[in-house]
Design a binder for this molecule. Structure first.
Ligand code: SF4
Ligand code: SF4
Length: 421
């Protein structure tokens, strides 16, 4: 094992390979506050990539209702339990404010790679994981729209996070795709070296010719986003719609374009981008890249289960109505700041949030033109002022993609008929 820097954990960690980083990394932000669970994204992916024979139970993109839902069934609860068993003394997260740590503090517990080594007596594993049973893949929408009641349901909830109700009943939709991790567990576990990370965009792919279907990737991926296809006897996974990323899709017109699941999103919760990566794997400073801004500057978007250690490149704006303990378990200790920032957005954050889904083209830079104050109100925490700023999005070539305003325009249609609305 070598050591690589995991900036999400604020420390180096063990990984089977030396760090090798792409020039740019595919990354995305999902705003869970806006997801309506319509599953349009799920079907956009399904109808593009996984409609073939043997792919019936294969959902590269899915939306599950938390806390009970999960595809495959209970994927995260099971791994959290395994981590607890492998590392009973774990301290978890420490001191988010201390100098020298990452943006969320220091994670002192074991990652899936470190936990696997610690319990190697039980059998060789590169990453702590398990192979879901066939029936775990059969019902992607199990527990859809099922809320937590006042008492919760024992035995199904994660061990932490069963208390501190913000609302007495709650659930939220968690949209998921492969995180195209910086330290992919699927890649680390593959005995055939059939999985690779593209240097140009960090997309993680399975070489279908090299794969022999050992399913080590399925076992090792903590997010369970590598899947086995019985008809071809090889594994498959999300490919980040790379022809669109490269601008080769007919819809792309030669310009980097967002994936099908992003482009189809009805709730406008998704924003995809490419961030520059330095030699140590850290993100290069790029203040006006919207993904960089949301993750590194506003810190309103957080990685999913960063403690697993794969340094996932999907980030989530946490749902504001959900018990904080539950959210901290899922997104780390940055939750408090992220929820506060989202509840009380400053002018820049409010403007950047308008960029979601105004175009299918990937935004590389934004600028904000100040507008007039259009509204103000007194809130318990002080005065809130709304400015009708204009935010302008630019593509890879530096040309303007679109501009939009903070205040959405209202059009009143003339009444033509008695039943016009
Ligand atoms: S989410 Fe899973 S399948 Fe995707 S890159 Fe990470 S470890 Fe591999
Ligand atoms: S399309 Fe968007 S709003 Fe609908 S379920 Fe998917 S992520 Fe949520």
């Amino acid at each position: 094992m070598t050591h690589v820097l995991n900036w999400q954990l604020g420390r180096p960690m063990e990984y089977p390979y030396a760090g090798a980083y792409p020039n740019r990394q595919f990354a995305f932000v999902f705003n869970t506050n806006r997801c309506l669970g319509c599953q349009t994204c799920t079907m956009a992916c399904k109808s593009t990539w996984t409609f073939g024979k043997g792919q019936e139970a294969m959902w590269w993109a899915n939306v599950e209702t938390k806390p009970y839902g999960g595809y495959p069934r209970q994927w995260d609860a099971r791994l959290l339990e395994m981590l607890d068993e492998a590392d009973p003394e774990r301290i978890g997260w420490r001191d988010a404010e201390a100098d020298g740590f990452g943006p969320y503090g220091l994670y002192d517990g074991k990652t899936i790679f470190e936990a696997a080594r610690a319990r190697s007596a039980k059998g060789p594993q590169v990453a702590l994981g398990y192979l879901p049973a066939d029936e775990d893949w059969h019902a992607p929408n199990l527990y859809e729209d099922v809320p937590v009641g006042p008492g919760g349901v024992s035995g199904i909830l994660h061990r932490e996070g069963e208390s501190l109700p913000v609302h007495r009943t709650w659930f939220f939709y968690l949209a998921r795709i492969c995180n195209h991790c910086s330290y992919p567990a699927c890649l680390a576990a593959c005995p055939r070296k059939a999985i690779y990370k593209r240097p140009e965009d960090g997309v993680v792919l399975i070489d279908q010719e090299r794969c022999r279907g050992y399913r080590k990737c399925v076992e090792a991926c903590p997010y369970k986003k590598s899947m086995y296809r019985g008809t071809t006897r090889v594994s498959e996974k999300c490919i980040a719609c790379f022809p669109r990323l490269e601008g080769r899709d007919p819809d792309a017109g030669g310009r980097p374009t967002e994936t099908r699941c992003m482009s189809a999103c009805i709730g406008q919760i998704r924003l995809q981008g490419l961030v520059g990566i330095g030699k140590d794997g850290e993100w290069k400073e790029d203040r006006k890249n919207p993904i960089y801004y949301l993750v590194k500057v506003a810190k309103v978007a957080l990685p999913l289960y960063p403690q697993f250690g794969t340094q996932p490149n999907g980030y989530y704006i946490p749902p504001r109505w959900v018990p904080r303990d539950y959210l901290v378990q899922m997104f780390g200790p940055g939750v408090g700041h992220a929820v506060e920032a989202y509840l009380r957005p400053d002018r820049e954050l409010l403007a950047v949030l308008q960029l979601f889904r105004k175009s299918n083209r990937i935004i590389f830079r934004y600028e904000i033109e100040p507008g007039p104050k259009v509204w103000e109100t007194e809130r318990a925490d002080g005065k809130f002022e709304l400015y009708d700023d204009t935010v302008i999005a630019f593509g890879e070539d530096g040309k303007e993609l679109f501009r939009t305003k903070v205040e959405e325009p209202i059009y009143v249609r003339p009444a033509k008929h008695l039943n016009s609305i």
